[in-house]
Ligand binder design. Structure first.
Ligand SMILES: Nc1ncnc2c1ncn2[C@@H]1O[C@H](COP(=O)(O)OP(=O)(O)OP(=O)(O)O)[C@@H](O)[C@H]1O
Ligand SMILES: [Mg+2]
Length: 500
């Protein structure tokens, strides 16, 4: 001990010689007899220790004994930063949490809330990048601000940009990843895939038609389904399906064959045309309206479905309005669904929906589709990441009391992990109401997390973590989204403008 202390420049005080004890002294000189001592007040009695008793809730315990710390989460998955409640490193592994039932996590979905510029997208990018080391692939379902481009480039993947004047075209009726190696497939597998393709297309057309506020009833569905089978050559039993486009579908609905009218059980051709007019007009908007030239030809971008990340930049669609962005997001959603349907066991994916309200505003079908994806994530090994500013964003998807709003409210409960970055006091109250936050947790969101970027309260099932995300120098370059503001001051040209 003296050696150890001297290494640090101190010296132990010298030991005093122990007092000399008389060896002969008998410690039990006066023994007490079996009846004890006699005399007044000479006895002994047990008295309880003078303890003060306090009663408090577990929330107040932390205030009275602030040094009590909970256990952190297991150190598995993407290490993101420091958890100030446990004092340890914080790692996120939603699939691991689900499999091990950590803190009652029952699904790997994550939802991020935070005021603009708090670092939501940055945290998600770091999460995706660090999970790649564990074999996860990332699909960005529509990059509406082109902010995932630097991340893609860093991973040697060229992001695709869609917009007027650009060569990229997206065919909503593309086979997507299901089209890979189609001809070499055994017959049963080809039939299985064909069934998946047709049901996905029908869902997609329902969404596209719904985005124009036109109902898509069962009769229209039968007509469209028959036309799709006909045009692809599936009805004739061809082993190779032809790629078709929205204009071809539109044309076929405008000039129905006698067999089609008959198969849909319309009285005559005119009856068919009258009944399917709203659907035709909604599809026509994609062919002849201001969206013409974007979604009406075969896909020209070759998306590598096996790359570590895939992203489609949509910021050039912004001037065309939310509808154009919404249509692109609907198509991408459909491709994303196909990709996860095709995934083999162990093929782990992170699907990112940044600015997700843009897609949800398209209507009930878009909300239903997101709802279905979140419910399926447990089965297809997919971490669905939804990013929004505040919970009430979700409630703007429809009229109060509508089905869309009811489903949107439920979406919160389909995400076992909720990440709450800094918010104003008012939104803090809203969060507390919807998520049942304790006053202390609400304060972390409105005070501590709002004081710096990248800070968040992580609700992992029933576990709470107070996390500061730590960026490496590489992350700083990949997550910086302030270039549009800082470029004029420094005279630098933002990277995204260069690309344009
Ligand atoms: N963990 C972090 N630590 C420090 N700064 C960060 C962190 N994450 C992001 N930032 C910085 O904060 C800025 C805004 O980040 P980001 O774009 O991710 O915010 P956001 O919440 O997604 O904003 P928006 O709602 O506008 O999409 C970025 O320029 C980035 O440099
Ligand atoms: Mg963002």
């Amino acid at each position: 001990m003296a050696q150890l202390v001297s290494d640090f420049g101190h010296q132990l005080p010298p030991l005093l010689p122990s007092p000399v004890r008389s060896a002969d002294a008998d410690p039990f000189a006066s023994l007490v007899g079996r009846r004890g001592r006699t005399g007044q007040a000479a006895g002994w009695t047990a008295v309880p220790a003078p303890l003060a008793v306090y009663r408090m809730t577990s929330e107040q315990v932390g205030g009275v004994w602030p040094l009590i710390a909970g256990d952190g989460l297991p150190p598995a998955g993407a290490m993101l930063g420091i958890d100030y409640l446990s004092g340890g490193a914080f790692s996120a592994d939603p699939i691991g949490w689900t499999l091990d039932n950590v803190a009652g996590v029952t699904n790997p979905n994550m939802i991020f809330f935070g005021a603009p510029g708090r670092g939501k997208s940055g945290t998600v990018k770091m999460f995706a990048l660090r999970q790649m080391a564990y074999g996860y692939r990332t699909l960005v379902l529509g990059d509406v601000k082109d902010e995932y481009e630097p991340l893609c480039r860093a991973l040697q993947v060229q992001p695709h940009a869609v917009g007027h004047g650009l060569p990229a075209r997206i065919n909503p009726l593309d086979f997507g990843p299901l089209g890979n190696d189609w001809t070499r497939l055994p017959r049963a597998e080809a039939q299985r895939r064909a069934a998946m393709v047709f049901s996905r297309w029908l869902l997609l057309i329902r969404g596209l038609v719904g985005s124009q506020h036109v109902p898509f009833g069962p009769t229209a569905e039968t007509a469209v389904g028959l036309v799709l089978r006909d045009l692809t050559g599936y009805t004739d039993g061809a082993d190779r399906m032809r790629e078709i486009t929205i204009p071809q579908l539109w044309q076929a609905l405008r000039a129905p064959s006698a067999e089609l009218v008959d198969a849909c059980r319309y009285a005559d051709r005119q009856h068919f045309l009258d009944e399917t007019r709203p659907v035709r007009d909604a599809l026509g908007a994609l062919v002849t309206g201001h969206l013409a030239g974007l979604f009406d030809a075969p896909t020209t971008v070759s998306v590598d479905w096996r790359a570590p990340i895939q992203s489609l930049s949509l910021s050039r669609l912004d001037p065309l309005g939310d509808e154009a962005v919404g249509v692109a997001l609907t198509c991408l959603n459909s491709w994303g669904r196909a990709m996860t349907q095709l995934a083999e066991p162990g093929d782990l994916r992170i699907v990112i929906r940044d600015e997700c309200w843009k897609q949800m505003r398209l209507g009930t079908d878009a909300v239903k589709s997101l709802d279905a994806d979140l419910r399926l994530s447990r089965n297809d090994g997919c971490i669905q990441v939804v990013i929004a500013h505040k919970p009430s964003d979700m409630l703007t998807v429809g009229d109060a009391g509508s089905q869309a709003v009811a489903i949107a409210k439920d979406l919160l409960h389909l995400c076992a992990t909720k990440v709450l970055l800094g918010q104003d006091d008012q939104i803090g109250d809203e969060l507390s109401d919807l998520l049942g936050l304790s006053p202390m947790a609400e304060q972390i969101v409105t005070d501590w997390a709002a004081a710096a970027r990248g800070r968040a309260l992580w609700l992992v099932g029933s576990h709470v973590a107070k996390v500061q995300t730590v960026r490496t120098s590489l992350d700083v370059a990949l997550t910086d989204t302030n270039d549009a503001i800082t470029a004029p001051a420094t005279g630098a040209v933002p990277a995204s403008t260069e690309a344009r």
